[in-house]
Structure formats: structure tokens, C-alpha cells
Design a protein around this ligand. Sequence first.
Ligand SMILES: C[S@@+](CC[C@H](N)C(=O)[O-])C[C@H]1O[C@@H](n2cnc3c(N)ncnc32)[C@H](O)[C@@H]1O
Length: 297
Amino acid sequence: MDCDEAINSSASEPLFVTANANVEISESEFARIRQVLLFNRGFNLDAYKDRCIRRRISIRIRSTHCETVNDYCDLLLSSKSEVDNLVKVLTIHVSQFFRNLSAFEKLRTDIIPHLFSTARQKGKKSLRFWSLGCAGGEEPYTLALILAEHFSHEMEEIPVIIDATDIDAATLLSAETALYHHDRLLEAPLNYIQKYFDEEGEQYRLSPSIRKMVSFSQGEMFNGLIYHGCDLLLCRNVLIYLAREQQEKVFRNIARTLGKDAFLMLGKSETILGESRSLFQTVCPVERIYRLAPASV
Ligand SMILES: C[S@@+](CC[C@H](N)C(=O)[O-])C[C@H]1O[C@@H](n2cnc3c(N)ncnc32)[C@H](O)[C@@H]1O
């Protein structure tokens, strides 16, 4: 997916990019914008694919009616809400409950049972799942739904902590509100919708029993926000927007985070690149599930 497709594929954020949307941004102007984002949010512009980033910054420059890029830099320095707006435009928040249903089926039938049985054998007191780049909460809540529906008995003995992080404050707020338009539920099996959601007008509210299973926090993936001892890490459709060398850096960090019995799941169009490939072994190529290679443990 290129950046325009990604922008336009977000049902709740219709930002349309026209052919003339790009504003010329000089290197020194770009450096100023980079500084503000790094300083205020720990957001590293260098990590992202350059073409998309410049196009997205242009969108904000036009929307704020700034006459020059330097005017826009001044606005960014004086307005925290514009920093929020820019981060929102720079990141893509498309998600769905049970996105790529077969991936969650694989977790339900193989990976999660395996994690519980290993934990039992090793006398672990709890399991920890982490959704990195959780957007509006659809992904970590899907994990919570599966656990509630199929593993309540196992969780009495071994509780599961679900952490969910994202760089974007606004999207985390919507995750906590847990009110969804039906397009976010298109892949969700009907029995889950009937049992765990209440209709509110044209939207669906997730039940409090599922909401309380997930802890959300704001965090930037390069800035040391790491849950050591994580047993299942979902990092899906986040790396796709990063430049290749940054993806490799994230994979090296992930390898340091995962325990030896832990699993990593990527998005359907993502894969482990370059030298970091040697750090992982593939568990399920179709569903993009990996674990640490024996040599990296
Ligand atoms: C396309 S959504 C993916 C949502 C979900 N993982 C899924 O696959 O449905 C990507 C999310 O990653 C977040 N993100 C992008 N860059 C990030 C960063 N550097 N640190 C943390 N989250 C980031 C975005 O804010 C966005 O919510």
C-alpha cells in the first residue's frame, strides 16, 4: 500500500490527497519539524518512508493555511494541539476487530493453548500479551475477546495481562471509549458481536468486562517502551510505514524483548528483513508468526 492509498483507506479519517498537495519543504525546514516532533513526542521522522512523510506534512501546512513552511514550524512550536494533529496525520490508524480472521484463528487454536501449557509446565504465574501500535484498540480487544470466550478456565490459574501501546494520544482515547462504527466489526464473528457489544445508535460499544482486560498507554516504539518478558507480541501493520533500516532496528529491539518461549506476529504484508532474519525462526509463514531462533535465546 502506498501512502495515498493508506490515507484514503481509513474510513473514519477521510483525508483526500490531491496531485498538487505537496508543499516544497527545504532540508532546514524539515529539520525544524523533525526537532519539534522528537522533542515533544519522541516521534522520529527519520524512521518513516520519506515520500509519505513530506506529503503528509504538506496536508497539515495547507489545512492550517500557513503561508510558508517556516510559519508552520512556528505554529508547531506554539501549539501542542497542532503537534497532536500532525502526529495523527503522520500515522495511519486503520484497524478492525479480528483483522485477518485466520491469523486470530491460529492464535486461538495453536499459539495461545501452547503458551498456557508452557506456562503451566514452567510454573509461570501469568502471561503477558502486547499489542504495539494498537490504534483504536481493535487488536488488543480482539485478544481479550478470544481469551474471555475460550480461555476463561485457563485464566483462573494463569491470568493474562494485555498491554496496548500507540504513539497517538487521540487514537488511544478512542480505544478507551471503545465505541465503534460497524465497519470496524466487519470481520468479527457474529456471536462475539451479539455477546460482547451493545448497540448505541449506529455504533457498537464494547462491554466493560472486555475493556477492563486491556491497559492502554502512550508510547513510541523506538524510545525504550519495552515490556520485557512479553509472551505474545502483536506488531501488525506498523512496520510497513517505516524505512527499511528502521524496521531492522525494531526487529533487533523485539528480539531483545521476547522471552525464549514467546511469539511475534506481524501483519499479513510484513516480513522480517535483512540481517535480523537470523534472529528469528518462522512458526507460521502464512500468518506471519515467529519466535526467537535458538541461537538468539
Ligand atoms: C495501521 S495501524 C495498525 C493497527 C493494528 N496493529 C492493526 O494491525 O490493525 C498502525 C498504528 O501504529 C501506530 N504507530 C505508528 N508509528 C508508531 C510508533 N513509532 N510508535 C508507536 N506506535 C506507532 C499508529 O499511530 C497506528 O495507530
